[in-house]
Write a protein that binds this ligand. Structure first.
Ligand SMILES: [Mn+2]
Length: 313
């Protein structure tokens, strides 16, 4: 029996995930929320969302997310978040809860009383899928769409190196359960607002290639969002544009935050482990895709990333 479905009665339950949740965090948390709803078990869903949720994920049931939280919870279920400080402003709810259950696929998760973790899984929705199957629960179309969203986004549309036969087996089962792959893919990858596409041209224009270490970089400033009238939550796709450069092995996109600090996204297409690079800034993720925050300048960040990559040669 999966720990996810044991002793849920008469408990105050919170479902959450990492700050500014992506398709995998939202997909896994909302799939679990739907199941609890169907089982007649009350729960709250909350994320620390800076700005707004990305509109390219609005095929997910955003209406299940609550605006406010209770003072305390008996049990907190955390999805797609290996480090409690990545819970942002809701970290205290996890540290004050009687029990924290972490469902994840990140490397070196650092918290949780119960850990349901597989660092080799492509997505957290994959880990959750297995638990649902163990429980013998029937997956509805709604749940299938949530789980598929995490699978699609974390495998880069079934293209990253984490895409193995199990991923396709799960995708196949989700299709049988009614998952709308075309609708999901079109919303996530096929529909970017005009202003976002325009802004992309600027970010492409700023691309620099360090041929020696095959590193490609670009950056986004706060003033760019204003100039193009684009919300920060709408440009998560930009890193995928940067990483297209054939001559590069590692891509770095640095985005200025509202407080003047920077958020870095890293992608690797060879043996360079960008999780190691991100960890130098206190960030994390996976070998092929990682992220971090830094209060240093773009130039300093670039230099540190460069050194870190060189140390892996
Ligand atoms: Mn994930």
């Amino acid at each position: 029996m999966s720990e996810l479905f044991l002793n849920l009665e008469n408990k105050k339950i919170l479902i959450t995930g990492h700050v500014n949740p992506d398709g995998d965090a939202l997909g896994s948390a909302l799939a679990y929320k739907i199941i609890l709803n169907e089982l007649g078990i009350e729960s709250d869903v909350c994320f620390d969302i800076k700005g707004s949720l990305p509109s390219n994920l609005n095929h997910l049931p955003f209406d299940l997310i609550d605006d406010s939280v209770a003072n305390q919870y008996d049990r907190v279920f955390v999805f797609d978040c290996g480090n409690s400080d990545r819970l942002g402003k809701y970290e205290y709810l996890a540290s004050e809860a009687k029990e924290v259950v972490v469902v994840d696929h990140h490397i070196n998760p650092t918290f949780g009383d119960i850990k349901i973790i597989d660092t080799t899984a492509a997505s957290t929705t994959q880990v959750l899928f297995r638990e649902i199957k163990k429980y013998g629960y029937e997956i509805s179309k709604e749940i299938a769409n949530c789980l598929m969203t995490g699978l699609v986004t974390d495998t880069g549309r079934f293209q990253y190196s984490n895409t193995d036969s199990e991923v396709f087996n799960i995708a196949s089962e989700l299709m049988l359960a009614g998952a709308e792959l075309t609708k999901i893919s079109e919303n996530i990858y096929g529909s970017i607002e005009m202003s976002g596409v325009k802004m992309q041209s600027l970010i492409i224009d700023r691309i620099e290639l360090d041929e020696e270490i095959a590193l490609v970089t670009s950056f986004v400033l706060q003033e760019d969002y204003k100039r193009f009238g684009v919300k920060e939550s709408e440009v998560d796709f930009l890193i995928d544009v940067i990483r297209l450069v054939k001559e590069s092995n590692v891509a770095l996109l640095v985005k200025e935050q509202i407080d003047g600090t920077f958020k870095g996204s890293l992608r690797s297409r060879n043996d360079i482990d960008v999780q190691l690079v991100a960890s130098e800034f206190g960030g994390g993720g996976h070998k092929a895709a990682s992220g971090f925050s830094s209060s240093e300048s773009f130039e300093k960040i670039k230099l540190r990333v460069k050194k870190s990559i060189e140390s892996q040669f």
